[in-house]
Design a protein around this ligand. Sequence first.
Ligand SMILES: Cc1cc2nc3c(=O)[nH]c(=O)nc-3n(C[C@H](O)[C@H](O)[C@H](O)COP(=O)(O)OP(=O)(O)OC[C@H]3O[C@@H](n4cnc5c(N)ncnc54)[C@H](O)[C@@H]3O)c2cc1C
Length: 512
Amino acid sequence: MGLRKPEEYISALREKSKRAEIYVLGERVEDVTKHPFTLPAVKAFEWTYKAPWDPYFYDKEMGVHLAKAYSPFINEEINRFNHIHQSPQDLAIKVKYFRKLSHKAGSCFQRCVGWDAINTISIISYDIDKWYEQKGEKPEHFEHFGTYYERFLKFLKYVQKEDIALAGVMTDAKGVRSLRPHEQPNKDVYVHVKEVADEGIIVRGAKANITGVVASEEMIVMPTRAMTEKDKDFAIAFAAPIDAEGVTLVVGRYTNDTRRFEEPNVDALPGVFPAEAIVIFDDVFVPWERVFMFREYQFAAELVEIFSSYHRQAYGGCKPGLADVIIGGAYHLAKQMGIANKCHIREKLTEMIFLTEAMHAGGLAAAWEGKKAASGTYYVDQMKANVTKQMVTRFPYEIARLAHDIAGGLIGTLPSYKDLMHEKIGKYLQQYLQCLPDYPAEWRHRVLRLLENITLSVEFLIESVHGAGSPEAQRIWMRRFYPLEEMEDVALSLAGINPEEKPERKKQKEQT
Ligand SMILES: Cc1cc2nc3c(=O)[nH]c(=O)nc-3n(C[C@H](O)[C@H](O)[C@H](O)COP(=O)(O)OP(=O)(O)OC[C@H]3O[C@@H](n4cnc5c(N)ncnc54)[C@H](O)[C@@H]3O)c2cc1C
């Protein structure tokens, strides 16, 4: 199959969610495709199933349909969200596609985390296999269940053929941040192996902030940090369905979330929102066929780095896409208010454009500088991916601030749509909320609401800070890998100083 129709995804998810333990506001959700808290996330995922059939996503310059890809693993056309990157062009398509997808969804579309997860596992499972091969060792479970990369390929073929919706499940509950997993007073704050059985492993623990997991069918679970030998029980990666026995999903709350219960839900525009959840693993059995890392703590740091870089690059697509919506909305409001041609408004819009394009340029640069990993998967340039995400931790806040400036205070104080349409008071609001008579007051209401909901949203602000790692994580990476000493040599040479005369280098030479 390779490409599912949106309705096929929705009906498969409906059946799965009936079996899954999903909670919202203290109550079990029967059907995620109906509940007002989970439906907006399903609608976002739905866009990723609509896109392959939509000519809007055909990129004329590149001559490719952004939402589809050819899989060399199953020799079929597949949904791009399940593709393993085969070239730098694939990595560039990813951010171009995300930008356009944001224009349709008006929200985070949430399927990217699972995509980054399968690409990560495609690299790491191969690397671990090679490591064992080079050592001349083989874990016992390889005997009957295949190596990690073999298992991964089997799983990937199923995912690609059935066009399965995946969630990427990395961030542990973490407990005390300054302590390693094995040092935690409560061991369960990091997902770990509780028991090893003949046919698989039993895992326990919890992961937090998992985007779109309620609209996904399968979860790719990965470690969240570097591990030491003592942490080896926490160094595990595996796949599990959302309805596996022992899995519970608890959906988070968002500002203004109960607006989604209203009819008509104009005050909840754009009507598509993410849903993050805490995922609890209460002694969940995972068959060996779905285990892609088991106690190889030496690879946890590499896995986290690969995943984070993929995901940091991703933000160079989706956040500029949402910023485009904000820029367009702010510009339109300025037109309605008769100020679109004023100097300071044009200046503010220009600044918003600059910030948006800078984030996108970072994502594209990380793609075009991408390299081939040993498994054959293409992988982003880590420095540029980290720089992209660092921009994303700040620029959306500035873009939101400028949009609020242009929109005026009403963006925070607008009465409800019901008041605007009220038989008695509506006529006053229609009259006093109107600016230029060319535009009905309802237009202003709708655009203000859209901007309010996006500029103050979790996905545009908080996710920009913490998604794919908090800001300091990128700064640590940049500090660690920027060739600082080398650049000091470059500067010294230009200043007419021999870098070999640097005191520490001379000392080093004397010692050797
Ligand atoms: C909207 C949203 C969507 C997300 N989606 C996903 C998802 O789909 N899948 C997924 O796996 N994760 C997801 N995440 C999680 C995200 O990756 C984490 O939030 C991020 O890695 C930060 O972890 P944390 O939230 O536990 O914050 P913390 O790590 O607790 O960070 C809080 C502060 O503590 C500091 N800190 C932490 N540890 C230390 C230390 N040892 N020493 C000094 N300072 C420290 C940090 O720098 C930061 O300032 C999402 C997050 C958000 C907000």
